[in-house]
Design a protein. Structure first.
Length: 288
């Protein structure tokens, strides 16, 4: 036994289901290859105990049709993880899909993980350690594009500011100075920043963010009490930035942070969100 994950010597033995501390919520659509890599990253996590809720909006069912995806789902189940496979159609937009997933959750914490993100072993535990110690509403591991390791951009890291004495609530809007932190998560900026500071293996530094994309651990109650993604009916089906709007609402009441190093790797596949004319946060928080 390694943490909450059953090792291969126990895969064929009857096991006692664990109460998950985290519900991992993964929306997917038409990304069988990428999803398999994402699930492989989850299978590498020793702790915490978690349940996977996978919601598929693929036209032809990537979950059912991809051998790599099914193989990794079998691994997760053998490791003692509960896996819930759902089909959720018709498509009503990203925010509605995220709200549907949130409605399925019951654990104390929820991890929204995109279907094109690989997690280094230990990433989930570090995120959980951080959110418990800091007592904030969310912790994010911003995704990095490792094809940019040779593209050092110190000018995009000037806004890096660690939280020195706990995470405090913040109000962020497009016109606020804090919005200018967004370039921190470009390219491989976090990997380059991690190389500049001393962090012990397994450790982390919490820092101020504008928002975090791709891999965010919430206190479920903080997200639900902030309204989650229930603003989805106010949006056109084609939109982006729904995660930003939800995070800003949580940040105003409980605060939120990113952690360094990240441990989350973006697979750098072409985006499936090709129409980005509407940013959800501009609708939820209109300029006055």
């Amino acid at each position: 036994m390694t943490g909450s994950r059953r090792w291969s010597g126990d895969w064929a033995r009857p096991g006692t289901p664990q109460t998950p501390l985290v519900d991992v919520l993964v929306p997917t659509s038409g990304r069988g290859t990428e999803l398999g890599v994402t699930l492989a990253g989850l299978a590498a996590q020793d702790d915490p105990s978690f349940r996977l809720v996978l919601s598929d909006q693929s036209d032809h069912g990537a979950v059912a049709g991809e051998p790599g995806v099914q193989a990794m789902l079998r691994v997760l189940r053998a490791q003692g993880r509960e896996v819930v496979e759902l089909r959720h159609l018709p498509r009503l937009g990203l925010a509605e899909h995220r709200q549907f997933l949130l409605d399925q959750a019951s654990a104390e914490f929820v991890l929204f993980l995109d279907d094109d993100v690989w997690l280094e072993s230990g990433t989930m535990k570090r995120m959980l350690d951080a959110i418990v110690e800091l007592g904030c509403g969310f912790i994010g591991s911003a995704v990095q594009g490792l094809s940019y390791l040779g593209d050092d951009r110190p000018h995009e890291r000037t806004e890096f500011r660690p939280w020195e004495a706990g995470v405090l609530p913040e109000r962020i809007r497009r016109d606020s100075p804090a919005f200018g932190r967004w370039p921190l998560h470009n390219a491989a900026n976090l990997a380059h920043k991690a190389a500049e500071v001393e962090v012990e293996p397994g450790g982390w530094i919490a820092y101020r963010v504008a928002w975090v994309g791709g891999c965010v651990l919430f206190r479920r109650r903080a997200l639900v009490d902030s309204g989650g993604f229930e603003f989805w009916p106010d949006l056109p089906q084609e939109h982006a930035g729904e995660d930003v709007a939800a995070q800003w609402r949580v940040m105003e009441r409980w605060g939120g942070a990113g952690i360094l190093p990240s441990g989350a790797v973006h697979l750098e596949s072409p985006t499936t969100v090709t129409v980005r004319l509407i940013d959800a946060f501009d609708v939820v928080f209109p300029a006055v």
